[in-house]
Each structure stands twice: as structure tokens, then as C-alpha cells.
Write a protein that binds this ligand. Structure first.
Ligand code: DQA
Length: 143
């Protein structure tokens, strides 16, 4: 499968953020672990701190022939109706991922604008959230 992995703002700073929530690994380490675990799939990784750039990439995901999309929108999860609307436009499998458990943190993180336009949500297990999400995609697409 060809899987697009999208990260939103501040996730380029992994390794420098709160260790308890996000671990000590960098975003490149995360990319490496995911690619090594699923050697049978092709991954395209994209990160941006800009809402419009994230929307552009989401809008084109289907015509670029990706089989599925994995997204950790960072703080845009809790604020961006525009990212929600972009996700709603595309019909390939979409899975939301978070390193931390956003339901067990500040109340403002409990607002999740993309939850119900994604097929599933995995969170709270750092890199394992991504591993679980990709296994879910495998079951969805390959079964
Ligand atoms: C996050 C959770 C968000 O609330 C936060 O703004 C992030 C990271 C996570 O992966 O746990 O930047 O999406």
C-alpha cells in the first residue's frame, strides 16, 4: 500500500517537547520506526506548521493515488473546521492518530473536529498509536 502520513504544527519539534506526553524521539525517528515496522508498505511523510499547506496535501491525496491517509493534526485537531472539511472531501481510508491521549488532558483538547470524519482514532500510545493505526488500515483495505 501507498500510505500518506501527515503531521501538523509543532510535531517537527518532537524530541524537544514534553517527554511524558510525546517521548524523546524525533519526528525522523518516528518515520524510521514506522517504515521499518511496515517494510511491505510505501510511506510518504509530510509535516507542516501551516493549516493551508496541510489542506492542500489532504485535498490532493486521492488523485495522488494514496491508498490511505494517516493524520496527526497536532493542535489543529481542536480548532480546524477547515481541515475537517478537507478530510470530508476525500474518500480513501483516513485514520486520526495522536501520541498522547487527548481525552485525558486539558478540557480544550477534548474538542476533536476531525474524529467523526475519520474511519478510526488511535491515541495515547506514542509510536504504538501509529502501529495500531496502520494495522487497522491494513485490515480495512486488504480484507
Ligand atoms: C497531539 C495532541 C495535541 O493536543 C497537541 O496539540 C499536539 C500533539 C498528540 O499527538 O498527542 O501537538 O496531536
Amino acid at each position: 500500500m501507498n500510505i500518506l502520513v501527515i503531521h501538523g504544527p509543532n510535531l517537527n519539534m518532537l524530541g524537544k517537547r514534553d517527554e511524558k506526553l510525546y517521548g524523546t524521539f524525533s519526528l525522523d525517528d518516528l518515520y524510521g520506526e514506522v517504515s521499518d515496522y511496515f517494510e511491505n508498505h510505501e510511506f510518504s511523510f509530510f509535516q507542516s506548521n501551516h493549516e493551508g499547506e496541510l489542506i492542500d496535501v489532504i485535498q490532493h491525496a486521492e488523485e495522488e493515488n494514496y491508498d490511505a491517509l494517516l493524520i496527526n493534526p497536532g493542535a489543529y485537531t481542536h480548532t480546524s473546521i477547515a481541515i475537517r472539511d478537507a478530510l470530508e472531501l476525500i474518500s480513501i481510508p483516513k485514520v486520526e492518530v495522536h501520541l498522547s491521549n487527548i481525552d485525558q488532558r486539558e478540557d480544550f483538547r477534548k474538542t476533536d473536529y476531525i474524529k467523526d470524519v475519520c474511519h478510526e482514532r488511535f491515541m495515547g500510545k506514542k509510536i504504538d498509536s501509529y502501529i495500531e493505526a496502520i494495522k487497522f488500515i491494513e485490515n480495512l483495505v486488504l480484507s
